[in-house]
Design a binder for this molecule. Structure first.
Ligand SMILES: [Zn+2]
Length: 213
């Protein structure tokens, strides 16, 4: 395969990018001067070298490997509440709205309605592990404990796939809910249909959190 088609194949893997757009990107690069292209290549490498995921909530941020993010490591974070979002952009939007002071968990995607298999980018195993760990009673000097988690808030966008994932997560969490008497609620009822959390304003998020059920 020649370099034009090869690079086109790479761009086609980007979300929402088809063959025609992918090819436009390639020709765009061909028209740019070499220093731009080199810098772009360096920036992409930088990204992989300097950005890592928080091992607890899975947020991407500038850090060393296995370093907890500011929210997870902050003693002021309300450890009794865990909010599940689909992606980093949702996390950032809710965080920015300053209406929520608890912990987060980034799921990594939504569960497809048609497929029976949960795709491996949806972090269900990690979610179960985190909830179990955090639901244990806070550590005492003599024993290792969790953080006394009491409430899990499922905060997914209000579209069919988001609602499907909401139901899926509720079922998945039922055994832990029973075991630790957790309160599991959804943001959905405070949002109007089709709402994307990523683009919701602070007032919408505040109302959704207030009306969680
Ligand atoms: Zn974190």
């Amino acid at each position: 395969m020649d370099p034009i088609n090869k690079l086109t194949e790479y761009f086609k893997e980007f979300p929402g990018i088809g063959e025609r757009q992918a090819k436009r990107f390639v020709y765009f690069l061909l028209h740019k001067n070499p220093s731009y292209v080199k810098e772009l290549g360096d920036k992409i490498l930088d990204l992989k070298n300097t950005i890592h995921q928080c091992p607890s909530c899975f947020l991407f941020f500038q850090s060393k490997e296995d370093q907890l993010c500011d929210t997870c490591s902050n003693i002021k974070t309300d450890k009794t509440s865990l909010l599940i979002v689909e992606k980093d952009a949702d996390y950032e939007n809710i965080k920015r709205s300053k209406n929520y002071s608890g912990m987060y968990f980034i799921l990594g995607g939504l569960v497809p309605i048609v497929s029976k298999d949960t795709p491996n980018y949806v972090r269900t195993k990690e979610l179960l592990r985190n909830v179990e760990l955090q639901a244990k009673e806070p550590a005492s000097p003599t024993s290792q404990g969790g953080s006394g988690l009491k409430e899990v808030i499922i905060a997914l966008s209000l579209n069919p796939q988001g609602e499907h994932t909401d139901m899926y997560l509720r079922e998945l969490l039922t055994p832990l809910q029973d075991k630790f008497k957790l309160n599991i609620v959804s943001l959905g009822r405070g949002l109007s249909t089709g709402t994307e959390l990523e683009y919701s304003d602070s007032e919408t998020i505040k109302n959704a959190l207030r009306n969680r059920a």
